[in-house]
Ligand binder design. Structure first.
Ligand SMILES: [Fe+2]
Length: 345
């Protein structure tokens, strides 16, 4: 009875692992632990094509409850592991089972070992092992597909940004410097990794809606008429239209929609004030203004840091959230940040 309990619980654990792992490494470490517990293995090794970085393979070895993570080329595989990886065929010894994870292609392999003094793997355990391998293959495929989706989305963002910079050069921000400030401000304001990622995407795409406005308005050097300004005010909504169907960009929508709101409620499109404005939008509004002042724009000369600091302080509580301005002022006082920003000039 106990054996059956462990048997079924191993599949529940795999399901939970697939649905809750933040990344492929966590998933593989969890998978190693399942093999170890379910099949009383002493050593478990899982190798898979590395999904997230430029290394070709990721290898997790679990021995005596300690895991070792290695990333690298083919040299991190031993001869037996290479054989299973290349041929896609299992090797079953009495004390060592090696099997490929297959889902339309070979995604990885697993090797589990028992000390020779222990009883060998029996037929039931071998079948159990194969079933676990099938479930882990599905998990790996899901991570693989998620990664592909991420790549497509990044390409979509890159293409949109390229088009935006071509058609609306007045909107172009400096991605490397703004990403650096987003990371620093994210740390200061205790943002999560996901919130920081959303801000990065929003910093690239916040003015994408301007691509749908007549270029004569965007290029106009003289003050805009009321009618023209009304059209400009539509760009946050138009920007949201471009990304609203992409699930991964959902958290970016409120940032894009409200990046022209002002802390005192005099902004657009909804005249939100203070904490009614999403935090991401309050941060982006400050960083966008900083970028425009620090690097200048075709219609405006660049300004010195000391002048920028003064301007940001003046707008605290008016255009900008004081909390965000304080964080940014603290960050741009750091010598390392100053040097990094100057390197783009
Ligand atoms: Fe904008």
């Amino acid at each position: 009875m106990r054996k059956y309990k462990t048997f079924f619980s191993s599949f529940h654990t795999i399901y939970r692992l697939i649905t809750t792992s933040a990344n492929v490494t966590n998933f593989l470490v969890g998978a190693c632990r399942i093999y170890k517990t379910a099949l009383s293995a002493d050593d478990v090794t899982i190798i898979c094509k590395n999904i997230n970085t430029h290394h070709r393979f990721i290898k997790i070895c679990l021995t005596k409850n300690k895991e070792r993570v290695q990333k690298g080329g083919i040299s991190i595989l031993n001869a037996r592991e290479k054989e299973v990886f290349n041929k896609g065929k299992e090797i079953f010894d009495s004390d060592n089972l090696i099997y490929p994870f297959i889902f339309s292609e070979i995604l990885g392999i697993v090797s589990i070992k028992r000390k020779t003094l222990k009883s060998p793997f029996n037929e039931f355990e071998k079948k159990w092992f194969l079933s676990i391998c099938e479930e882990i293959s599905i998990g790996l495929k899901i991570f693989d597909l998620l990664n592909e989706t991420k790549k497509y989305m990044l390409n979509y963002i890159k293409s949109l940004t390229k088009l935006l910079n071509q058609f609306v050069p007045t909107s172009s921000i400096h991605p490397k410097s703004i990403f650096c400030l987003i990371k620093a401000i994210g740390k200061e304001l205790h943002l999560t990794k996901e919130e920081i990622k959303s801000l990065e995407y929003a910093s690239l795409l916040h003015d994408a809606g301007k691509m749908q406005l007549p270029s004569k308005i965007l290029k106009k050097q003289k003050p805009l008429t009321d009618e023209e300004f009304k059209m400009i005010m539509e760009h946050p909504h138009k920007g949201v239209e471009l990304i609203k169907d992409l699930e991964v960009l959902r958290p970016v929508i409120p940032i894009i929609l409200h990046h022209h709101e002002k802390y005192d409620g005099t902004g657009y499109p909804d005249g939100l004030k203070k904490e009614q404005i999403p935090l991401g939008a309050r941060i982006l509004s400050v960083l966008d203004a900083f970028d425009a002042m620090f690097f200048g724009r075709p219609y405006r000369k660049r300004r010195y840091l000391i002048e920028i600091e003064e301007e940001l302080k003046n707008q605290m509580g008016k255009q900008f959230d004081p909390k965000v301005v304080v964080a940014l002022l603290k960050i741009i006082k750091r010598e390392s940040i100053k040097k990094y920003l100057q390197s783009f000039l």
